[in-house]
Design a protein around this ligand. Structure first.
Ligand code: 3SL
Length: 241
């Protein structure tokens, strides 16, 4: 009998304790836009990312001379170097650099999973590359959606559902939880056109009001990079295989 591993979905950081298990890989997902920006950053040569949950921690790093990205309410926080638009990381300016980042939900989800054995960063941008790597690890996987201020959100759910779909299709994984099955069906409904499917979603409305349509189109287009950010100590580096 094949010993199939589990791939499950946790819809918000506040539910993490209900889903966490020993020896599990946690995939932190914040499609709009934190984990998409992190994938874009590594794809463009950033050396290391230090995610922090609060503006106070970010400020402390800034005072020590670090490059610091800070987002709140979808905008760059005054006094910091950049925000979480993926395009901000594509200029070549940050090649080889360490960037500290704090965002409303994504970096909070990352720190919530600090007790996990392994943490990687997922987005639609690295969907297939990360799926292939997860399939090879032979470990249970938990997709942790960042949500919005601990509320369910559609875009992270769809992305988590895409990982569930890919991992189950390998024949090596199953899902038990209704949260995972729901995510998979939502992904199937959305996959022909994520941007259109999310038209009425709260985050699309929020970012549209800030004129961030181009960011959304980029973040919602799957498989633009093979970059897999992986946690090492309390920071992220590019997974080298
Ligand atoms: O919550 C987050 O981590 C952000 O990515 C939110 S926003 O896309 O900047 O609105």
């Amino acid at each position: 009998m094949i010993d199939r591993k589990k791939v499950e979905v946790c819809h918000t950081p506040s539910l993490y304790n209900q889903y966490k298990k020993d020896n599990q890989i946690v995939v932190v997902i914040d499609v709009l836009r934190a984990t998409s920006a992190m994938c874009a950053a590594f794809d463009n040569g950033v050396e290391r990312i230090i995610p922090v949950a609060t503006l106070e921690e970010a400020q402390a790093y800034k005072e020590k001379g670090f490059i610091v990205a800070a987002e709140r309410q979808g905008q760059i926080v005054e006094g910091f170097d950049l925000g979480n638009s993926p395009y901000g990381y594509m200029t070549g300016k940050y090649k080889g650099e360490t960037i500290v980042i704090t965002t409303t939900n994504g970096t909070r989800a990352f720190t919530t999973a600090s007790d996990a054995e392994e943490v990687v960063i997922g987005s639609l941008l690295n969907l297939n590359a990360l799926s292939e790597w997860l399939i090879k690890q032979d470990k249970d996987v938990l997709c942790l959606a960042s949500g919005w201020k601990d509320r369910f959100c559609l875009e992270d759910t769809i992305c988590a559902g895409a990982f569930v779909e890919n991992l189950i299709a390998s024949g090596k994984f199953i899902s038990d939880e209704d949260s995972s099955i729901a995510a998979k069906y939502l992904y199937r409904s959305a996959k022909e056109n994520h941007f259109a499917f999310l038209k009425a979603s709260s985050h699309r409305r929020r970012l549209r009001a800030l004129n961030l349509n181009e960011d959304m189109k980029y973040c919602l287009t799957p498989n633009q990079t093979n970059a897999i950010p992986i946690r090492k100590a309390d920071y992220l580096v590019l997974l080298e295989e």
